[in-house]
Design a protein around this ligand. Structure first.
Ligand code: AMP
Ligand code: FES
Ligand code: ZN
Length: 331
């Protein structure tokens, strides 16, 4: 199955056809309405069965500008959960600029607030040079910064739940990678709904985890969502992409394997987490600078901020289409 499709039109047809195969083998029954219904059903099932959103929750969606998170932001609002967005600009040249523009366009379309953090503005350096300077791979550095910023923006602005656009393929490939390398330290910690811890760690949910990448793309195309097609330049050649390819081949031969793999893991992980809770040896403390959870006296983000941030406060911006306000709101 190839995804090297040349134009938006043929992309649309390819994704829709692939996604519909899962819904119906009868072409007469495979139509966009059924696809939309199927995706809504999957998201509703995830929300309900995993107790992702409760009454009174305020939801923020982490929006990268890619198909999954833009589709999720659109869908949560459509389902009646008024959600705002959080975006991290990583300074990866035009890739980051375009990602930010697509995210802002969705904020305009939904008329929702968008909180954002710009790495090149705050640290005067993009992820590539930062990675070289601190001698840490770009993806691991980027992951750390995103987790910190998304959580902090969420808790500081009164959102109780942070939703990310991780889809079934993301979850299955991450699980396969952890298993193949027996990464015990991460293996049982992954989940699709992780409860909040105190006032500093927001609840994290993945409402798209039952939808495949193709279905998320089909939803985005059907809903006329303009997203970034390119992958992050640092992810090219990444192992997760290879695992996704392998899992797609298995899925072709044996449909529904990915869902069974992820759902089976989630059941087992719950038990493992409970039985291992007492054995946790690593002590978490609070960062002496920002007060957010950390394994060291000063958290990794504050160490970077002290070195590259020019001593000033860490600024989060808000883009607010309702008032057309675009300025620093928090330090
Ligand atoms: P990834 O790890 O790139 O596959 O992204 C997984 C999810 O993390 C996305 O669906 C988004 O919800 C969130 N995310 C990734 N990158 C960003 C970003 N730059 N800004 C905000 N959210 C992001
Ligand atoms: Fe973070 Fe690629 S290095 S998105
Ligand atoms: Zn800190």
């Amino acid at each position: 199955m190839t995804f090297a499709v040349p134009c938006l039109r043929s992309r649309r047809d390819t994704y829709l056809t692939l996604a519909m195969q899962r819904i119906s083998t009868d072409p007469a029954q495979a139509n966009p309405d059924r696809l939309a219904y199927f995706i809504l059903k999957s998201v509703n099932e995830a929300l309900r069965e995993f107790d992702m959103l409760r009454e009174g929750d305020r939801v923020a969606v982490a929006v990268s500008g890619g198909k999954d998170s833009l589709a999720l932001w659109h869908l949560t609002n459509k389902l009646g959960y008024p959600a705002d967005g959080i975006h991290v600009h990583l300074g990866i040249g035009p890739y980051s600029d375009v990602s930010f523009e697509k995210t802002k366009a969705m904020a305009d379309r939904l008329n929702r607030r968008l909180y954002y953090f710009s790495l090149p503005e705050a640290f005067r350096i993009g992820i590539k040079d930062l990675s070289r300077t601190v001698k840490r791979p770009p993806c691991s550095l980027c992951g750390m910064i995103k987790r910190y910023v998304m959580n902090r923006a969420c808790t500081e602005h009164g959102y109780s739940v942070l939703a990310t656009g991780h889809n079934l393929d993301d979850e299955a490939s991450a699980l396969l990678g952890n298993l193949l390398h027996w990464k015990e330290e991460y293996l049982w910690k992954k989940g699709v709904a992780l409860e909040a811890e105190g006032s500093h760690l927001a609840k994290k949910v993945k409402p798209f985890f039952l939808c495949s990448e193709k279905e998320a793309a089909a939803y985005a195309l059907m809903s006329d969502i303009d997203y970034v097609y390119d992958e992050c330049p640092y992810s090219i050649g990444a192992k997760t992409l290879m695992y996704k390819g392998l899992l797609n081949r298995v899925e072709d031969e044996s449909p529904a394997t990915k869902i069974a793999f992820v759902k089976g893991y989630l059941k087992r992980a719950e038990k493992e987490r409970l039985s291992r809770a007492d054995d946790e040896t690593e002590e978490k403390t609070l960062c002496t600078t920002c007060g957010y959870p950390s394994y060291t006296r000063q958290c990794n983000f504050c160490l970077l901020a002290a070195r590259f941030g020019g001593g000033g406060p860490v600024g989060f911006h808000v883009y607010d289409p309702t008032s057309l306000q675009d300025g620093i709101v928090k330090s």
